[in-house]
Ligand binder design. Structure first.
Ligand code: KG4
Ligand code: ZN
Length: 417
């Protein structure tokens, strides 16, 4: 089946077109087109994502991206007249710029051969989510194709099943039109997923496909948020994760080459707590006090940034690894999934994989997304949509054309099912 997926939960506008086949166990995903347009350059100077700007950019970019995706997939054909104009106007009444572009597009091109449209409905920034949802509803209505709303976090979990043509080069507009057949990696249950992103840090137990139980989450800041805030304190750029890890790497080289040791010690919040919850807000505050004190006492130097970044990253990784190992043991898991934007962190990938594999040996599956699919993208939304579609089909339920979907900034895992 052919799925068109739309993702606008934060500062990436992304549309993907995937061909999915063969059901749950031997699923094949063929990525026909996956376009991710990052708004980082626009939000950078504000030190974080500005929801109203994200909303404006999504409005500007959705139609050009859709055109590109359909063109790459060989589905862009000149056309017929638009039906249901009144209703389309109503759905996109608040996104006037997008409405105009969408109507022009629909007026020009024929209905493509798509079986299902998927869109992220939460969690994320509501002004940004609404743009994607209303756009998806309009396409669903105009083309009379069923629409499914997807949980963004579930998309991250399913991102580990995607793989991409290695020859494709990533550009600012990452554009991948490989026609590679992608084989699903076998997920054996029970599985445990550690989702680490800008808004979430969750340990999710999966007893089967689409059966989730949250066993741990952050009590305050998410891991990615802590990276971003620590980076801001150290006057590094946005997003902070890649900046901190780059600085940390500089100190790691010094440790290896010159046997140097950091003189700074930051807290490992909740490292030994009995539950599987996290807390990163205090760690960020510790970075703030440390830099303030160094500055006040005249001991500050920019040369200290790699050391502090390294110590900060160590603290986050130690907590994530220890809690993951403990939860893996308690639930006797067969597969571990690391996903979300922070899963791009090389040190975290290595340390988590190393610790789990050392403990559980070869019969244990460690899955993480290819770096290209670790951040927000619509391909992961399409994969999650396919699984949800199969699940509904088994239950004899069918999907509707342009159902009312409400953007939910705090959408919970449980509410989706
Ligand atoms: O999943 P994502 O792309 O968006 C959300 O759903 O939030 O995650 C974005 C987060 C940001 O906080 C960013 O700083 C972090 O992922 N991130 C990283 C790295 N690359 C991105 N954190 C640590 N190390 C990285 N290499
Ligand atoms: Zn995300």
């Amino acid at each position: 089946m052919k799925i068109l997926a739309i993702e606008t939960s934060c500062d990436e506008t992304s549309i993907s077109f995937l061909e999915c086949s063969r059901g749950f166990k031997k699923t094949n995903f063929k990525i026909l087109s996956n376009v991710v347009l990052s708004q980082i350059d626009i939000h950078k100077s504000f030190g974080g994502v500005v929801p109203s700007l994200a909303r404006r950019e999504h409005q500007k970019n959705l139609v050009p991206i859709l055109t590109k995706v359909l063109e790459e997939s060989g589905l862009l054909k000149l056309k017929i007249t638009v039906k249901n104009l009144k209703l389309l106007n109503k759905i996109l009444a608040r996104e006037t710029e997008l409405l105009e572009k969408t109507l022009d597009f629909l007026d020009k091109y024929e209905k493509p051969k798509i079986n299902l449209i998927a869109v992220t409905r939460g969690p994320g920034l509501e002004p940004a989510l609404w743009v994607g949802i209303n756009f998806a509803r309009v396409l669903s209505k105009a083309w009379e194709i069923p629409l499914i709303g997807i949980n963004h976090l579930e998309g991250h979990v399913f991102s580990v099943l995607l793989s991409q043509n290695r020859e494709e080069k990533s550009k600012r507009i990452q554009n991948s039109k490989s026609k590679i057949q992608n084989k699903i990696l076998k997920i054996q249950f029970p599985a445990l997923a550690l989702i680490v992103s800008g808004g979430h840090t969750e340990l999710i137990l999966m007893e089967d496909w689409l059966k989730y139980k949250i066993v741990g989450s952050t009590l305050d800041d998410a891991a990615g948020e802590a990276f971003d805030k620590a980076a801001r304190i150290l006057e590094l750029g946005y997003p902070g994760g890649p900046e901190i890890s780059r600085e940390a790497e500089k100190w790691k080289i010094q440790i290896i080459d010159k046997h140097r040791k950091s003189g700074f010690l930051l807290p490992r919040p909740m490292l030994n707590s009995k539950d599987f919850n996290f807390s990163f807000s205090g760690l960020k505050t510790a970075v703030l006090y440390l830099t303030q004190n160094l500055k006040k006492s005249g001991n500050w130097s920019e040369n200290l940034i790699p050391q502090i970044a390294h110590e900060f990253q160590e603290a986050v990784i130690e907590v994530l690894v220890k809690k993951s190992l403990k939860a893996a043991e308690k639930y006797n898991i067969k597969t571990f999934i690391l996903c979300g934007g922070v899963s791009a962190n090389k040190e975290l990938r290595y340390r988590l994989c190393d610790s789990l594999c050392k403990k559980y040996g070869k019969n244990f599956n460690f899955l993480m997304p290819e770096i290209e699919f670790s951040g927000d993208n619509a391909a992961m939304i399409a994969v999650a949509a396919y699984s949800n579609y199969l699940n509904l089909k088994v239950k004899g339920k069918s999907l509707k054309i342009a159902p009312f979907l409400k953007a939910d900034g705090n959408l919970n895992f449980k509410i989706n099912f």
